[in-house]
Structure formats: structure tokens, C-alpha cells
Design a protein around this ligand. Sequence first.
Ligand SMILES: NC(=O)c1ccc[n+]([C@@H]2O[C@H](COP(=O)([O-])OP(=O)(O)OC[C@H]3O[C@@H](n4cnc5c(N)ncnc54)[C@H](O)[C@@H]3O)[C@@H](O)[C@H]2O)c1
Length: 473
Amino acid sequence: MKDQPTNVSRRDFLKNSSASLAALGALGFTAALPAQAAKSTPKTRLAIVGTGARGIGMWGAPVARDYADYIEIVGLCDINSKRVEVARSLIGSNISDMDGMIRTEKPKQGAARTTGANIPTFTDFDEMVRTVKPDRVIVTTVDAIHARYVVRAMELGCDVICEKPFATDEEQCQAIIEAQKKYQRNITVTFNARYGSSTARVKELLKAGEIGDLYSVDYAEFLDTDHGASYFRRWHGLKECSGTLLVHKASHHFDELNWWIDSDPVEVSANGDLRKFGRNGPFRHINCRQCVHKDKCRYYWDITRDKHLTDLYVNCESEDGYFRDGCLYRYAINIYDTMSVLVRYANKVLVTYSLNAGVPDEGQIIVFNGSKGRIEVRNFSRQPWEVAQAAEVRLMRNFEDKSTLVPVERRSGSHGGSDTLIKDHVFIPGTPDDLAQRAGMRAGIMSAIIGIAGYHSIETGRPVKIRDLVDFG
Ligand SMILES: NC(=O)c1ccc[n+]([C@@H]2O[C@H](COP(=O)([O-])OP(=O)(O)OC[C@H]3O[C@@H](n4cnc5c(N)ncnc54)[C@H](O)[C@@H]3O)[C@@H](O)[C@H]2O)c1
């Protein structure tokens, strides 16, 4: 793709995103810098585009609550004019986002707190940036819209923080590469999964050479009948919005793999099918609230029992027609619920990855095979939100009878405490980064591109070479 500025008007944004939306209908770096250091650092002016559960629950509310020494939130933007107002009312409150739901969370000790009362809201991104002149923009919209805002924010002179997945097709990846070359802005992609206690522990073991040279990784991801099934209720069920779960969800896992393996993916082969949801359902309706099958549907879900979700979505439906409790048996669903992927890396490591949605328990089994031994990770999440979680990490050496259980820190909080650790890295200058957990443009693209190659491989029945999709120059 040529290095050309993208002039994205509000109409273009609306056209592209509403095409999708209309169709829907660690390490423990939690301590803040000393107050002295915080005071001497000028506050960063931060704007947020996409003020749904993640935009407000992971970023807006906790940042104003816990990082006010470093950050001033200067603008909020969403195409849904009602949702952006609800989001403003939640700024600085004790909420956080977890798996698309809003929870309450304790503020950081000693943190200064600001509210959203004076933060201006916008439905037009360019107008927001020109009016409030942010230093950094956080992009937390529907996945397929990320790249357009990443590029536009750089064109308008801002640094960018973007939620995963960075992009949902190869053209978007290339547009970001070209824009970054041209505008030289700083890009952060927020892979909170890198901050998981077992994920970081595995990185330490691999770095320390505990299993010698790495030969292969088997990564099995399981999404349950609750959170896992919820992807099929939401915009995520449409490939044009999410790039399928191989991009939306697996970009976390492909990023972990790229980071652990410390090399670039070269070739991807995949298979995928829709076996449980969408057209496979025994009946269907538009959404749960109006459904005539609610008495017999195991997936019936009453969104109105959750006040935050009712405020953010149900009460904003008049603006965009988006149902957060959409039927997971809708014919429109065009992503896969059953997937397997093979990835070959430049350093010869071979990966076998699978993702199954709608299964009894949620989590992962990951096995690393090396020249000296093996690491096994079992990480399942069937615990109440409040219970500190810990994965089991086991180290085995060739020709030894016994395996060792590697200690893993038990943490509580959103995504096992990872969401706080990553915010420290993103917002507190000087936070140590011994494991290179901070991720930028290359990591964002290399994770998304495996899933993109994966869906191309499923569609064509052929292996896909990464170099045929993106060119870093
Ligand atoms: N890292 C994680 O663990 C994690 C967890 C959840 C979500 N996420 C990511 O965060 C992002 C948001 O997810 P969510 O669950 O909050 O979804 P959501 O549907 O609640 O929010 C998306 C918001 O984007 C807005 N939007 C859509 N098109 C737009 C446009 N053209 N311009 C401006 N706003 C637009 C929608 O109106 C909505 O408010 C997604 O990219 C998702 O992948 C990451």
C-alpha cells in the first residue's frame, strides 16, 4: 500500500462502522512512582475513542481514578451519543471491565481521583482531536475500526494506545506500517495477557534456558458456555467487525506465542468451522429480551439484571440499533466456533494452536517442548471473580522422573491483576520492563496477522505466508 494520508471524515467512519454495527444490529509493578516524580512529570492529555465496556471500564474510569497524577482525560468520543454520555458519568468511579462485563474494583491506595463532569464528549473524532488537542489517543472501538483511528490519530499528531487486536485484515496492517513510517508517532498495543502471572513466569523460564532450545508449543484455548458464548451474542460474531475469533480473541495468544518464542511467524495453515452457534441453533430470535424461546434456551441471558450494561447498551439502542444481548443462533453469525492452526516460525519453532468456544470450562493448556525438557501450563478460570487465581506451571526435565511445580503469584482483580500492571507500564514513566512486556506496532501487527493468515487459510484451503500479507520495508 502507498504512503498516502487517509482523510477520514465522520461520514466515512459512520459508513464503515455502521455497515458493521447496523448489520448487528509480571511482575507486580503496582507501586506508583514517588509523589515527587509524579509531580515533576507533566500530565499527559489523553482522549478515548470507543466508550463501551472496555473503553470506560479498563481505561476511562480507572485511569481517572488511579492515574490522575500522570494523566488528564481531555475528551471522549463514540459514534453513539448516548453511550458516550453514560461513559462520562462513570469516569473516576470504582468500576473495571472484565470479559465484556462491568465490575467494581478497589481504587489504588493513595491515588488521586478525578471525575468526568468537565470532560467534553464528541461523536466526531477529528472534531475531538482538533478541539481538545490530546497527546495520546486510546482506541477502544469495535476491532475493525481500530486501524482507521490509529492512522488518523497519527496524522493529526497524536501518539496512540490501541486495544488488541491492532487490525483485522492485512490492508489495515499495511496502512498502519506506512502511517507510522511517515508520522513517526509512538504506538502502544495493550496486550494485557503478557502480564498474566503464569504467562510472565513462562517467559522467565524460557529466558533462563530452563528447557534449552525451544522446539514446539502446543496451545489449546477453551472458551466456556458463558463468557465464550457471549462473543456470539455481540458484534464479535461478525467477521467484518472482529476478523473472527482467530483475530479478536487469539491475537492475545498469538502475541504471547510471538513473545515467548522470540521470533517471527513465517507460515500459517488453519481449519475452522461453525458447529454450535449461528445457523446450527435449534431456534432463533433477534435478541434475548424479546425472544419467544427464552424458556427453553440454555443461553438465555437477561441483560437488564445488570445496571451498568443496561445503561451503556440497552438505554442507547435508539442510537445505533445494536443489541448487546443478540441471539447467538442468528443466521448472520459468520465466524468459527471450532478452530485449529499450525504456525511455523523463523527460528524453526512449530506451534499447534486450537480454539474451541462453547465448552464447559474456560482456560488454557499450553505445553512447551525444548532440548532439555518441557513446561506445562494449566490455567482454568472457574473461580468467582473475587477469588485470587493461579495457574499451574510444571517444569519437567528429560530423563528425570519428577516434575517441579513452579511457584506462580496468586493475584485478584481484572484479568488476574494484569489490567492494573499494564496500566502502570502504559502511564507511569520509568516503570521497569525487565521482560519486555511493553508492546508496540510490530507486536500488534505480528499477532493480528497470524489470525488474518488463519482465516485466509481456512477460506482458501492453503497455507499462507506472512510475507505475502505484510511488508515492514
Ligand atoms: N485486552 C482485553 O482483555 C480486552 C477485553 C475486552 C475488550 N477488548 C477490546 O476493546 C475493544 C472494545 O471492546 P468492548 O467490549 O468495549 O466493545 P463495546 O461494543 O462495548 O464498545 C465498542 C464501542 O465502539 C463504538 N464504536 C463503534 N464504531 C465506532 C466508530 N466508528 N467510531 C467511534 N466509536 C465507535 C461503539 O459504539 C461502542 O461504544 C475491542 O477492540 C476489544 O477487542 C480488549
